[in-house]
Design a binder for this molecule. Structure first.
Ligand SMILES: *Cc1c(COP(=O)(O)O)cnc(C)c1O
Length: 351
């Protein structure tokens, strides 16, 4: 059965072209650097982002953690936003794997600005009492569904450099950010030393991403990848799909963004729904459903599933719907019809 799945863009299916590319991929033992398809993807991503080198990684989490491992030493600190994926959703890995401290900055809009970095960086690095700050972690697009404009990335990068810090950017959705900002991905990559690019979210590859950065950094990260068990064999099978993702999929992301705006407008025709317009830059719709009973809101995921639609449970009436390559305009219309019919069934609870 086909589902309309709004839970994430990680649920995207590889395209037919990806499956064909995987089938016919030329492969070798990648740990010996013998896999021509992996080598090609790494080179392509490095060129695309304007960086020296790339490293194929199985997940975005490993990509970010390799960057932290490579850029820091035990006992140092990294500055990051309180909403960042590295802090919130990576199982505390930086504390375990790299033994670094999280210097967390709370901001209204999740954007880590130059002034936040200035305030969070530890003064007096020569003082024996003080942990050294060594890394700043940025994110673009932000997980909250908005993007960081190029000038703000530039200012943050320059602030970090004034203090001799390295900058890593979690770019799981960097192509969404570039599309939303109308800039080349290179313009964003310019203001970070290393960058994680994900291929298996909106770009639909089945597995993987590429970590890019300076050549020496990537060589060190390659050792750490092996240490973490990420030295794969004939991974060109996966990289082949990644190449299609990189060549074919970025250009269609604006379609997802437009569909998300369309979904938002349609949702707002239902009573009680307000879409958060401050989180509407990319392929996500964040909305609040007010004046609905908990009975209705709690029942929603299961009732929609019966109709072939998967959504994540809301909290306090707050929902996130994610749009992607496997969700069309007519899927959105169908979803609105289903929501209306479920509302009618729960009429007694709603009023
Ligand atoms: C999904 C995501 C990741 C992690 O990717 P995985 O492949 O699931 O490990 C990292 N950062 C951001 C912003 C993400 O959205």
């Amino acid at each position: 059965m086909r589902y309309i799945d709004f839970r994430s863009d990680s649920v995207t299916q590889p395209t037919e072209e990806m499956r064909q590319a995987m089938y016919s991929a030329e492969v070798g033992y990648d740990v010996f650097r013998d896999d021509p398809t992996v080598n090609r993807l790494e080179k392509m991503m490095a060129e695309r982002t304007g960086k020296e080198a790339g490293l194929f990684v199985p997940t975005g989490t490993m990509s970010n953690q390799l960057a932290v491992l490579t850029w820091t030493n035990r006992g140092e600190e990294m500055i990051l936003s309180s909403d960042s994926h590295i802090l919130e959703f990576e199982v505390g890995a930086a504390a375990v794997l790299s033994s670094v401290g999280y210097r967390v900055v709370h901001t209204e809009d999740s954007i880590l600005r130059a002034k936040d970095i200035e305030a969070a960086v530890r003064p007096y690095p020569e003082d024996i009492h003080v942990p050294r700050t060594s890394l700043v972690c940025l994110e673009n697009a932000l997980g909250r569904g908005s993007v960081v404009p190029v000038p703000l990335m530039k200012e943050a990068y320059e602030a970090a450099k004034r203090h001799g810090l390295n900058v890593h950017t979690d770019g799981a959705r960097i192509f969404n950010a570039a599309a939303a900002l109308g800039v080349n991905i290179r313009e964003l990559a310019e203001y970070t030393d290393s960058l994680s690019v994900h291929l298996s979210k909106g770009l639909c590859a089945p597995v993987g991403g590429v970590l890019v950065g300076p050549g020496a950094f990537i060589e060190k990260a390659r050792r750490y990848r092996h240490m973490l068990g990420g030295g794969m064999s004939q991974s060109g099978i996966l990289a082949a799909a990644g190449i299609v993702a990189l060549e074919k999929m970025p250009d269609r992301l604006l379609e997802d963004h437009e569909n998300a705006r369309y979904l938002g407008r349609q949702l707002e025709t239902l009573p009680g729904i307000t879409v958060d317009q401050t989180r509407a830059d990319i392929n996500m719709v964040f909305f609040k459903w007010e004046h609905r009973s908990e009975v209705f809101l709690n029942a929603l995921p299961a009732r929609m599933l019966e109709k072939g639609i998967k959504i994540s449970a809301g909290s306090d009436g707050n929902f996130r719907f994610v749009v992607h390559n496997d969700i069309s305009h007519s899927d959105i219309n169908y979803t609105i019809e289903i929501l209306k019919s479920i509302m009618n069934q729960y009429h007694d609870f709603i009023l």
